[in-house]
Design a protein around this ligand. Structure first.
Ligand code: T4K
Length: 365
């Protein structure tokens, strides 16, 4: 069996069967049934946020969150190119223009010192990404947003369960989107959520994910983004095991850090102050190491260890964005530098310390 960059966490077969048993009796399979409502309530409690709206995937959650902000058509949205392409697509597919801000080279989140220079009269929002589960400088971003009257929608796809000074990552900005994809710390097979505190957003988001319908009325031109009962049931089961999942990841990360500490040419993401991490990803930057990132990737692959180059290329380097004014990897030099040198190593709850040691041995020896 190859060791992939991640491996889905699942409850036992019996636990999942028990959870979905009543769906056979009720024949209620989707459209906000009992499992959907149960998971929503459990997540509002776990994430300590007033409102959670569930979606069939994280991408549609982000699109719907941005759409709900009623931003002006053609408005500019400051975002990061160091992310999964979903972030940039979500902005563009809402009829908005992504404007790419560079990242810092400490935790790879948006460089807050470079945001203001990108703001003009068309700027209407900021979509930062808590990349790898590293939280953005949420205080500085909110200060800028307040100064210029901008909305803040966090792509928190990687940050489920992360807290800053004890406050949930779900609580920052106007809304935060989490991904519950199979590859995430917490999964509902496919799935996602938008978290927010503005009561007025509840009916907008609920309608938008259900064709714009609200009872017999149709207020919005919208698609279908509802989470099914089977997805919600998987979430209910996985949530029971989450603390153990995060603990096991932490143990693997601590071993990686111990093995790589002080090695010339190997840089690790900074441990963030006041942050309780979820250990979502383990990025390593090969900068002046005896092997390049691509050589390390190939050496691991030869041993059936499939690391990933998250996030290479940058989204501002993709062909579909080449005609946009702010496109081009050279405009975000720090992000480009990291994207060409970073490798995310395997990290998941079932990864053994022996596996971690084997991966480190291959890289170090
Ligand atoms: N924003 C950000 C910052 C994101 O990272 C993402 C998703 C989104 C938004 C959008 O959220 P979603 O709409 O996806 O909920 C994967 C995931 O598909 C994607 O969810 C994730 N980010 C992205 C970073 O990674 P791929 O193309 O790398 O996935 P794939 O199929 O190559 O899988 C990676 C590894 O995971 C495999 O080698 C093995 C393991 N795996 C995969 C699947 C599908 C499993 O263990 N079980 C599985 O079911 O995109």
């Amino acid at each position: 069996m190859p060791i992939n960059v991640t491996r889905s966490s699942m409850p036992s077969f019996e636990e999942y069967c028990e959870e979905i048993k009543e769906l056979w009796d009720s024949r209620w399979l989707t459209n906000m049934g009992v499992k959907h409502r149960t998971l929503q309530a459990k997540l509002e409690e776990y994430l300590a946020v007033p409102h959670v709206t569930l979606y069939t995937n994280g991408h549609l959650a982000l699109e719907n969150a941005i759409a709900a902000m009623k931003l002006p058509e053609g408005g500019e949205v400051i975002t990061t190119p160091f992310t999964f392409v979903s972030t940039t697509h979500a902005i563009s597919r809402c009829g908005l223009v992504p404007v790419f801000c560079d990242i810092n080279d400490v935790d790879y989140t948006m460089d807050v010192n470079k945001i203001e220079a990108l703001i003009n009269e068309k700027t209407c929002a900021i979509v930062p990404v808590h990349v790898y589960g590293n939280l953005c400088d949420v205080e500085a971003i909110q200060e800028i947003a307040d100064k210029y009257g901008l909305k803040v929608i966090y792509d928190a796809a990687h940050a489920f369960g992360v807290t800053y000074k004890g406050i949930s990552a779900a609580a920052f900005g106007d809304a935060s989107m989490f991904s519950f994809h199979a590859t995430k710390v917490f999964n509902t097979i496919e799935g996602g959520a938008v978290c927010y505190s503005d009561d007025d957003l509840i009916s907008v988001l609920d309608a938008q994910k259900n064709f714009g319908l609200s009872g017999e009325e149709c207020k919005y031109i919208a698609g279908n983004a509802k989470m099914s009962e089977f997805q919600a049931a998987m979430g209910i089961c996985n949530l029971r095991h989450l603390p153990n999942e995060i603990l096991k990841r932490k143990i693997a990360v601590e071993r990686y850090r111990e093995r790589f500490s002080g090695v010339d040419g190997i840089r690790l993401s900074a441990i963030q102050e006041n942050i309780e991490s979820n250990y979502a990803y383990f990025p390593v930057v090969f900068d002046g190491y005896k092997y390049t990132r691509d050589e390390v990737f190939e050496k691991l692959k030869a041993e059936d260890i499939i690391a990933r180059k998250y996030f290479y290329p940058l989204t501002n380097g993709f062909e579909c964005y080449e005609d946009w004014d702010s496109a081009g990897e050279d405009k975000t030099p720090v992000a480009k530098h990291i994207a060409y040198r970073v490798l995310t190593l395997p990290l998941f709850a079932d990864l053994t310390i022996e596996d971690v040691d084997r991966i480190c041995d291959i890289i170090l020896k």
